[in-house]
Design a protein around this ligand. Sequence first.
Ligand code: GRF
Length: 255
Amino acid sequence: MRCELNDYESRGEHQSQIINHKSSTTNHQSQITNRKSQIANHQSQIINGRALMKNLGILLSGRGSNFEAIARNVQAGKIPAKIAVVISNKEDAAGLATAKTLGLETRFIPSQGKQREAFDREVVSVLKDFQVDVVCLAGFMRILSPYFVRAFPGRILNIHPALLPAFPGTYAQKQALDYGVKFAGCTVHIVDEGVDSGPIVCQAVVPVLDEDTPESLSARILKEEHRIYSEAVCLLIDDKVRLQGRRLVSNDTAP
Ligand code: GRF
């Protein structure tokens, strides 16, 4: 299965091509054989696609609206992946409750009072138990230790409500408003050992209006966050991109 967020190829069209082709079998026997092998190929791709299905691990601490947007796209078959586990360091995180409602595996791993790496080792161990390929930080209010980042090299995504490298850290939307920028936005990036500093996967831009408050600007940005996080997940799990220095470039343009 391929990522279908931007996939305009219609399955219905594909199926009707098969049916049309089947009806043409009366015309030409050798075409039947060709087409049958094409269908067989198609089916084996589906099987291969399933075998290649990636496991996502979601980490959150609060509301979980970005997680929910990803979960809906997974459910709708638009992201060829499975959410293997949702982990929160906050027991009362709304996102954890949503994950339970959606029937997903959830884990509460308290972080309070623990050394950063000790907590991270617990989380990494659970992620490994669930054979997670890609980790999505979705409002996870903790900085990862080098131990965690090295456990999933290039395979941890984070969403930040600003156009990085501008306004890293907390209260990014307020920082943007206070600075007086005319455009704000959001960034999905690969997590490295710094804070909001890893290679950029996707960005989206929104206008800043004169009457904006941090709340109204946050809401405008959040809408875009929900869209681009799934896009970024697709890019990473489909192996459609590679790193060229800090730049994430499309594999389609590879020489
Ligand atoms: C989002 O604004 C995200 O950019 C930031 O934390 C917020 C999480 O919101 N990292 P939600 O929990 O996904 O609703």
